[in-house]
Design a protein around this ligand. Structure first.
Ligand SMILES: C[S@@+](CC[C@H](N)C(=O)[O-])C[C@H]1O[C@@H](n2cnc3c(N)ncnc32)[C@H](O)[C@@H]1O
Length: 230
């Protein structure tokens, strides 16, 4: 953070840097131990106080299990076991609030508690998965009658991967995040699992980024979460 300041600012005696105590906390949902470090930088010259870099955006690493859906349904690209319930907690969408599963496919067959809520809905461009909204995820998203508590995006991760789905055109992850923010109330969050960490739009705050792995010898994914700002 100091590197961002001009040399005059750095040398100014009116700058105070506080390295607040490290805080050791236990994650309430996965019980992993996390260390949070807060650094406060106060700029008396400019008359402003800035809360500096905290550990927060990189929150965790999830080592999950393969997809297993209700009725033994085999689903290429289905949610990993343990993923949606953890994702939902970071998105901050309660289980009885409506969450949109964007590129949701067969998400409603997710079998474990806390993953797919009773008011959740799916959007997909493949009619065979019987989504609630049959449309392209790059088009404007459903808005109006339903007030989304959050949006979870699970698109194809590469152009190659997209060919595994009948109608996919590899949606741009940045566009999906922007589209989602367009229909979310201020303070609500969108999370996306992808090989790409999308850029944070101007009307959002980058809240979290989690590494997601499944077994050995597989590529790691990132789960990134953005909160809509006023
Ligand atoms: C990685 S899979 C996610 C599947 C979902 N998690 C599930 O459990 O079935 C990607 C999904 O995105 C859908 N998809 C691909 N391109 C899309 C697009 N442009 N618009 C909407 N859906 C799309 C595919 O049909 C597929 O269901």
């Amino acid at each position: 953070m100091l590197a961002r300041l001009s040399s005059a600012e750095k040398s100014s005696a009116s700058f105070e840097v506080f390295h607040a105590a490290q805080q050791i906390i236990s994650c309430p949902y996965c019980l992993s131990v996390q260390i949070r470090i807060r650094t406060r930088l106060t700029c008396a010259t400019a008359g402003v106080g800035m809360w500096g870099v905290s550990y927060r955006p990189i929150t965790d690493f999830w080592f999950l299990t393969r997809c297993k859906y209700k009725g033994g349904v085999k689903r290429y690209g289905g949610y990993l076991g343990g993923f949606p319930e953890r994702a939902r907690r970071l998105i901050g969408c309660a289980i009885n609030e409506p969450m949109l599963h964007l590129c949701g496919g067969l998400a409603k067959l997710y079998p474990y508690a806390g993953g797919f809520g009773p008011k959740d809905m799916t959007l997909d461009n493949d009619a065979s998965v019987e989504p609630d909204f049959l449309r392209d995820a790059e088009d404007p998203l459903p808005n109006g009658t339903i007030v989304w508590g959050g949006i979870l995006i699970d698109p194809p991760y590469t152009e190659e991967d997209a060919k595994k789905y009948p109608f996919s055109t590899y949606p741009n992850p940045n566009k999906l995040v922007v589209n989602s923010l367009d229909v979310l109330p201020v303070g609500r969050k969108v999370g996306i699992i992808h090989y790409v960490v999308p850029r944070c739009p101007k009307n959002a705050k980058f809240i979290a980024c989690v590494g997601v792995a499944c077994g050995f010898n597989n590529r790691i994914r990132a789960f990134s979460v953005f909160e809509k700002l006023p």
